[in-house]
Write a protein that binds this ligand. Sequence first.
Ligand SMILES: Cc1cc2nc3c(=O)[nH]c(=O)nc-3n(C[C@H](O)[C@H](O)[C@H](O)COP(=O)(O)OP(=O)(O)OC[C@H]3O[C@@H](n4cnc5c(N)ncnc54)[C@H](O)[C@@H]3O)c2cc1C
Length: 489
Amino acid sequence: MLVLERREQLGGACTLERPFADRRYLISPCAYVVGLLDKLVVDELELGRHGYRVTPADPNLWCPLPGGGSFAQFLERGRTTAYLREQGFADREIEGLFAYEEAFERCRRALRYGPAGDTWRSPSPDRDEVERMLGDEELISIVFEESIAETLDRYIGDERIKHALFGQGLIGTFAGPRDAGTASIKLMHHQGDLLGLGSVWGFVEGGMGRVSFAIAQAALEAGAEIAAGVPVARIRPGEGVELESGEGVRARVVVCNADPKRLLAMLGDSDAVPGDYRERLERWDTESPVMKLNLALGRMPSFPAAVGTGVEAHRAMVTVTPGLDAAQEAVAACRRGEPALGFAELYFQSAYDDSVVPPGREVMSVFAQYAPYALAAGDWDSRREELADAVIDAVAVHAPDIRDCIEEAQVLGPPDIERRIGLTGGHIFQGEALPRQMWDRRLEAATPVEGLYLCGAATHPGGSVIGLNGRIAAMRVLERERDPVLEIG
Ligand SMILES: Cc1cc2nc3c(=O)[nH]c(=O)nc-3n(C[C@H](O)[C@H](O)[C@H](O)COP(=O)(O)OP(=O)(O)OC[C@H]3O[C@@H](n4cnc5c(N)ncnc54)[C@H](O)[C@@H]3O)c2cc1C
């Protein structure tokens, strides 16, 4: 097994960098929290022994509300209830919140722990099979049809709760909260089981790259060779690959986790690619509205809405939004090439892990939507700082002293993510994760091209740091091939 990685560093979108003048800051430039990494992969590869440690964020979500007050979801249900009562939410609404979460729990149980087994650990079932497993019109609608606004409306009357929660249906998708299919985005992010706690997200000690590096260690220990800074130029089905250096590497089996557009480019006009498969890859949607800011902070900003609540906002994943209607308008603006903030999530790794900062310093990341790849006016190089500033303005609504805290900033728009990580369109999941590109509409590990397999985020079960895409690919290769394997990326 020979792994060829284009960049000098390993990990793709799940890596570590030292982008700031003060090299003691260790940044997770893209992926920043873990929640879907599968226990089977953690156990089989003994990632704990290779340095993987995680602390769940608690509260898992905190959101300052327009007009004052805040919303929080803790790991313990009782704490959530007490907090929301304290914040003046009616018991009926708190029950609605739990019933809303339970609908996603029912989907999770049916799809991952049902009698037919775990749909994430094997090639995708087709839609009929998924519908049979769900066995309920409401759940089928969540998985394939409805918007996150519709799901919220069914359970919750209080607009403040909707305000805090609709963003979970938007992560990484080029769609607004009233657009069909966004309920499934929340579901995708809800199907993990972190540390046996169910669907929660946490911080990896030392940063997200530790997940990739632990996997690399496990691979090395098992006898794989890893070569970084070695871009592949061409895949020659059945023969191997040609490197950009011109050198050829022979292998009957190639496993690729570069995204589908890059894969197409590497296949060139090879006759081995059936026309319908080529068309499928050509049509694959990689348009992304995501912008990421990574900030070195002299100190933590203060959130007035958290004062007196007993919650330290920095220990939560913090949602900041101008509201559901504004988010819907923001995605429409983004489709016209105009950036507009609809939803942002803030993360403070140093609240849990001071190994990533110099003594006394802090870090904050902002994951923000909606920022178009192609701007209607100007370009990213001339507008990057202005666009970052608009995101900081949105944060400043709730953390007024944020600007006094920032020492250095890294700003990544879709073209930056594309250029640096190699993800076409800057798409964080190697392609849209709405139902039209999920389940059996996501790509399969086994391709119709001789000796070619896929193992990246464009394959089932989808994008995020999951580990199962690679495992499914490995199992498919073991089922079908006996010769040595070569992985790209
Ligand atoms: C901004 C951002 C935020 C995210 N946040 C989170 C998060 O918080 N939690 C989470 O779980 N997920 C998150 N994700 C998604 C997650 O990081 C990805 O889904 C996951 O890392 C995908 O892994 P992958 O194996 O598909 O490879 P990718 O990370 O897509 O990497 C592909 C690799 O292939 C290499 N490659 C491409 N072309 C070639 C070539 N020709 N030759 C050799 N190598 C090549 C690239 O250099 C790259 O290393 C985020 C992603 C981004 C971009």
